[in-house]
Design a protein around this ligand. Sequence first.
Ligand code: AP5
Ligand code: MG
Length: 217
Amino acid sequence: MRIVLVGPPGAGKGTQAAYLAKNLSIPHISTGDLFRANINQGTDLGKQAKAYMDAGELVPDEVTIGMAEDRLEQPDAAKGFLLDGFPRNEPQARALDAYLERKGLRLDGVLDLEVPEDEVVKRIAGRRICRNDGAHVFHLEYKRPKVDGVCDECGGELYQRADDAEDKVRTRLDVYHRETEPIIDYYKQQDLVVTISALGPVPEVTQRAMEALRRTG
Ligand code: AP5
Ligand code: MG
């Protein structure tokens, strides 16, 4: 399956993607995680992305689209993929369509996670992620690590993302409404969108998502 996950910052895209990717045996590809890994490793790509990310703004398309396509070229993505955080505006959605068309492929579905803004703010405020692997995600209230500040999965240090500060979250939500929400309509025209509520315990949301994905493709 080839799936795109959309939803506001803090909706739980990364959290759900980890379970969905496992259930569906496809790689979870998060452009945010890829950028953060590049920043940690001090690569040129990381240097280009950092200021935009810290400000809560989108990294320019020419950087992002190239990085996403490189990742999609890797062998594990040949059997399908779950994209999290890409595409994030209409030019990126068009670039992905063009890329897939060149390969003779198409998307199977776009899963839209709906969460009210006050819940998103709570989810972001309590989030802590692992320095070693951005896919190891915790929450001070909803998913406490066994030892404060230490990742349950690998022992890495937990930290708060710079863009999770309150003023940056406001910018990210504005960017989401302005740039990313329009791609939901873009994909509705292709009849690809399934919308679910992402409220409630994580396993319940995963179950809802799996049922919704069965209705696509
Ligand atoms: P990115 O990393 O994609 O961030 P985002 O879209 O803002 O989304 P988040 O990762 O903040 O939230 P999430 O939905 O994954 O939620 P999570 O599962 O962690 O992008 C960051 C930046 O990178 C962008 O601002 C931009 O600068 C750049 N970038 C990335 N992609 C780009 C692109 N394509 N183009 C240009 N720039 C790009 O969950 C949040 C918290 O809630 C966690 O603590 C979790 O434990 C908790 N939680 C999850 N589910 C539940 C639940 N059901 N109940 C209670 N708590 C829950
Ligand atoms: Mg995420």
